[in-house]
Design a protein around this ligand. Structure first.
Ligand SMILES: [Zn+2]
Length: 288
């Protein structure tokens, strides 16, 4: 399990919990010279600092006690939509959640709140309708058959080229492919599916035959900043929001062939803030 996958986490509920949650942390990004969370182009966290001073409040929909957002209703709590960043994504993101997973442990809701037009969350056995879209969708999951993003881009272009005109002479095909390489819109990917679950619970979803036809894509190895790092899992085992962020960043440069200048950094708006307050708690507990 050295490859990248996703993992769920929890919003800290108390100082004590913040403290306990740090016990399993094997990688402390804040103490590393080159933390992946440094240098992000983020909106001001002032709104979250202000909301935090009010503590947990009731979600107006379900009545649950929440801070910043309700992970059950996918709504903001104590924070207005206008106060948080709104991100437009180049592809649709579908997240399949495991039904037994505690909602509060998931970072999937971060993506839904920050890019509401492009992100949907499904609770397994519900999965996105894929009819006709199979060749324009990929599943982010590591495994022996998984391809890199570069390979994914080539693969999707091949399918499109082959299906658009089987009889095209080779010379014309080569010409078109060459043009595609410089065309920033050439990658025909429309949907990217992520699985939001602990590693042990992922098997049931990943072996679902409805997901079988999907090309599987593996992210480049990256280390997690996740504060609830699972004991025994590699530090390349990413939180769902980290996996989405890194996928889009690579997609932007490798598939859309554009220079990356922070377009999706705000996907880590909540994540980086929560990471920050957990580190503060660790410092005050004398753990750093
Ligand atoms: Zn709620």
């Amino acid at each position: 399990m050295s490859a990248t996958s996703t993992v769920t986490e929890d919003v800290p509920k108390s100082e004590e919990q913040l403290d306990r949650s740090s016990d399993n942390l094997t990688l402390d990004c804040s103490s590393q010279a080159e933390s992946p969370l440094q240098g992000l182009k983020l909106a001001s966290h002032e709104v979250l600092e202000r909301a935090q001073t009010h503590g947990r409040i009731k979600c107006s929909k379900c009545g649950g006690s929440r801070m910043f957002f309700c992970y059950t209703c996918f709504t903001l709590v104590g924070v207005n939509q206008q106060e948080i960043p709104l991100i437009k994504l180049p592809v649709r993101i579908d997240i399949i959640k495991h039904p037994n997973e505690t909602d509060g442990k998931s970072t999937a809701v971060h993506a839904r709140l920050l890019a509401p037009d492009d992100v949907n969350i499904y609770t397994y056995p519900c999965i996105p309708e894929l009819d006709g879209d199979v060749h324009k969708a990929v599943l982010v999951f590591p495994g022996p058959d998984s391809v890199t993003l570069e390979e994914m881009s080539e693969h999707l272009n091949d399918i499109r080229t082959n299906s658009s005109d089987e009889a095209r002479v080779k010379r014309q095909k080569i010409t078109e492919e060459t043009e595609d390489e410089v065309n920033p819109q050439s990658c025909p990917l429309e949907r990217v599916i992520f699985i939001d679950s602990t590693w042990n619970q992922t098997t049931r979803i990943i072996t679902d035959e409805r997901l079988e036809p999907l090309l599987r894509v593996e992210l480049k190895t990256r280390k997690t900043c996740f504060w609830r790092h699972q004991r025994g899992s590699p530090d390349t085992y990413l939180a769902t929001i980290e996996a989405i962020y890194y996928f889009l960043k690579d997609y932007h440069t490798l598939c859309l062939r554009k220079a990356y200048s922070g377009e999706y950094d705000n996907l880590l708006f909540f994540y980086s803030y929560l990471h920050k307050i957990i580190n503060k708690a660790k410092v005050s507990a004398g753990k750093i």
